[in-house]
Design a protein around this ligand. Structure first.
Ligand code: 13P
Length: 256
């Protein structure tokens, strides 16, 4: 057992999956099983169109419900985008920022990340700021450089007193949806790099409040092992978060 100073955080990212009926079924099942939440924080990140329905079901439970993206402006001509206040209005209490699919498929820019994180914090949304290297960057020994560059941009407007509301997710792009999980050593090294950077950026006390999650092909049979790695405070789960049979055992990683 690791000696945890931060509450474990297990998050499911539904991406563009599940229809309305399946979303509501799944959230009911998770809510029923979660009880008072106990010693861990659990959240799901839901397509924006279903947020109002899902948050209505989750209400009264400790389950967090978040959006998968936001735009940093408050209002205006930004067709297709969702503002932080809109997410709050439909009951979201958190949001993913900089997910690799946003960066790589939708070409989101590093330069936007600091403003997105700031906009989330200013609207009382808890951001999970996602970072991670591509396979080419790893092969070219650029993993550390990539992570630091992404951290610089995401934390551009962060103040030390924001730290307790911030989470970073390390998701190596090559491990997402591929079935290929990073090795314990690769995860530990990346998480150490991130933590060291955080200490330099906001100081040790504040950095100690930021949780660092791992994401990329997390499954019921590797969750416990991943959570045992030093510096891993939680998991960001894609495919395996879409069914109760696979997500619940991950939430209960240490009870099996
Ligand atoms: P998978 O768990 O499907 O690899 O997805 C990870 C992810 O991108 C979570 O945000």
């Amino acid at each position: 057992m690791t000696n945890r100073i931060r509450k474990p955080y297990i998050a499911g990212n539904w991406k563009m999956n599940l229809d309305r009926a399946h979303s509501l079924d799944l959230i009911k099942t998770i809510k029923g099983r979660l009880g008072d939440g106990g010693d861990r924080e659990v959240a799901v990140f839901v397509p924006a169109i279903y947020l109002a329905d899902v948050t209505a079901v989750a209400q009264g439970s400790p389950l967090g419900v978040g959006g998968q993206n936001l735009w940093f402006e408050g209002v205006g001509a930004f067709t297709g985008e969702v503002s932080p206040r809109m997410l709050r209005e439909v009951g979201a209490d958190r949001v993913l920022i900089g997910h690799s699919e946003r960066r790589h498929i939708f070409r989101e820019l590093d330069e936007w990340m600091g403003r997105k994180v700031r906009a989330a914090l200013d609207c009382d949304l808890l951001p999970i700021y996602c970072i991670g290297e591509t396979l080419d960057e790893r092969k070219g020994n650029k993993t550390e450089r990539t992570l630091k560059k992404q951290l610089e941009s995401g934390f551009e407007k962060v103040r030390p007193e924001d730290s307790h509301r911030l989470t970073v997710a390390y998701e190596p792009v090559w491990a997402i949806g591929t079935g290929e999980t990073a090795t314990a050593e690769q995860v530990a090294q990346a998480h150490r790099t991130i933590r060291k950077w955080l200490v330099q950026r906001v100081g040790e006390e504040a950095a100690n409040q930021v949780r660092i999650l791992y994401g990329g092909s997390v499954k019921p049979d590797n969750a416990k092992e991943l959570m045992a790695i030093d510096c891993v405070d939680g998991l960001l789960v894609g495919g395996a978060s879409l069914q109760a049979e696979t997500f619940l055992p991950i939430i209960e990683y240490n009870l099996r």
